[in-house]
Design a protein around this ligand. Structure first.
Ligand code: SAM
Length: 274
């Protein structure tokens, strides 16, 4: 087994954080080593310094994708922290439709992982609106190609923890069940798009002009404060005026500077662009 030295850990960790924000703490060094050691073996490299040089000077797209697939934590599940999605359905969307009835509301799931957050929004809005395809566009973006492929397939293993908050009734209503999987129905998939992309690259946000709501939950917890600040500035830029940024219940923006206002709706805190 190839072990990582303190110097190699610092070099690689700083380099990766610079590229995509993800930052491992000193005490997670061995997890980091474990997640990447197979890439050294695959590339016939003798130590982590060689891997650092490969990534810095000669990275193939395939190697970068493998790096992100290995380093990211993709844990997610349907209807996670449902209060925010419900506030979106019952308060934010009606308010936006009322102010501009013919607009298309663009919702971003930033760091969407395998798609459950974006599809949970889709299920809730599908129930609420007569023609969700006409009024709503949901876009999921994640840096992990492997996660995005699962999101696009919309096929989820029955034994996975992803259905821990889904009722049997909802599974029946929104999924076609096979022997080992629940497959999301086409009408729920139809207004959700996914893209592999890095939130630290400007071109990632190009799919639409500006967003109305951004969900970015359980993503910035893996970033350094400086990268969190950078991402918050990007979100402010790509949101429409009065647009919302929604983070998880355990996150907040108190450690970064921003012009967002804190808004409380139905016991949920969220951030609004001025
Ligand atoms: C723990 S999951 C959160 C999924 C979902 N938002 C939720 O709350 O259930 C974090 C996701 O953020 C993604 N991620 C991390 N850094 C990213 C970056 N720079 N660009 C895009 N996605 C990123 C990871 O690949 C991972 O799938």
């Amino acid at each position: 087994m190839i072990l990582i030295t303190d110097e190699e850990f610092k070099l690689l960790n700083d380099f990766i954080a610079q590229k995509c924000g993800i930052y491992y703490h000193e005490k997670q060094k061995y997890i980091f080593q474990q997640k990447l050691v197979k890439r050294l073996e695959k590339n016939c490299l003798k130590d982590f310094k060689e891997y650092y040089y490969l990534l810095k000077y000669n990275p193939s797209l395939e190697e970068l994708q493998q790096l992100y697939n290995n380093l990211t934590v993709n844990e997610t599940y349907f209807f996670r922290e449902k209060e925010h999605p419900i506030a979106l359905r019952d308060l934010i969307i009606p308010e936006m439709i009322k102010s501009r009835p013919n607009r298309v509301i663009k919702i971003l799931s930033a760091g969407c992982s395998t798609g459950e957050e974006a599809y949970s929004l889709s299920i809730l809005l599908h129930n609420k609106l007569k023609n969700p395809e006409k009024n709503i566009k949901i876009i999921g973006i994640d840096i992990s190609q492997k996660a995005v492929e699962i999101a696009l397939s919309a096929i989820y293993r029955k034994i996975s923890l992803t259905f821990r908050s889904t009722t049997p009734d909802d599974i029946k209503k929104y999924f076609n069940s096979e022997t080992e999987t629940h497959n999301l129905k086409d009408n729920i998939k139809s207004f959700v798009k996914f893209k592999q992309g890095n939130l630290f690259e400007e071109k990632t946000f190009d799919i639409v002009d500006k967003y109305d709501v951004i969900f970015c939950r359980n993503v910035m917890i893996y970033f350094s404060k400086a990268h969190k600040q950078q991402l918050i500035d990007t979100f402010y830029k790509v949101l429409n005026p009065q647009g919302y940024l929604i983070v998880s219940h355990t996150e907040n923006l108190s450690d970064v500077k921003s012009n967002f206002s804190v808004i409380k709706k139905d016991n949920c805190f969220m951030y609004q662009k001025n």
